[in-house]
Design a protein around this ligand. Sequence first.
Ligand code: CA
Length: 220
Amino acid sequence: MTAIVVVEDEPDIGDLLALYCRREGWTVHLSTDGPTGLEAIRAREPDFVILDVGLPGEMNGFDVCRELRQTSDVPVLFLTARDDEVDRILGLEMGADDYVTKPFSPREIVARIKAVLRRGRAESAPTRRVFGPLVIDLQRLEATLDGRAVALASQEWALLEALVEHQGMALSRQQLLDIAWGADWIGDPRTVDVHVRQLRRKLGPDLPLATLRGVGYRLG
Ligand code: CA
């Protein structure tokens, strides 16, 4: 059974995350500060950690992650409230697998956890794609263009990941939605077009993403 530890000091957010994770059938342990969070992670050895950056007391989320990384490679998703925190996550070797900025939708978090867990299970699959100056690293959740990090929103990542994992295959909008957002996601397939536009804008012309009229999209 998938076990999650959530370290978050705001009770509303912690409870909401716990609720959504339990709905997936995952067990959830909630800690509200750095030291007890670290202790819980070490004791429980969870499959996944959700870690708020802004924790009360001496130890913030970065400190927890740094400590944790001495002994564990458990996937960590940071919750951040501020852009400068995002810069630190992207800029430093913080050892995070992913991050989400507040406010976020819990569904999005669940989708991202599933994506990271899936990646963990598919370890043998190559996770890095190079398209000229554009490098997409699915393992590290990192896209760089001419060596500079490109910040992608979580749904953009989910879509990009779906495209990369099915490189060379034509995918309909509905297929992309099912893969990227999960089959239980209810929404307009045109959402895919919106995110494709964002990906093209952010990643530039080296992303070999073709629009197939009347069909959908194909990468490569
Ligand atoms: Ca906080």
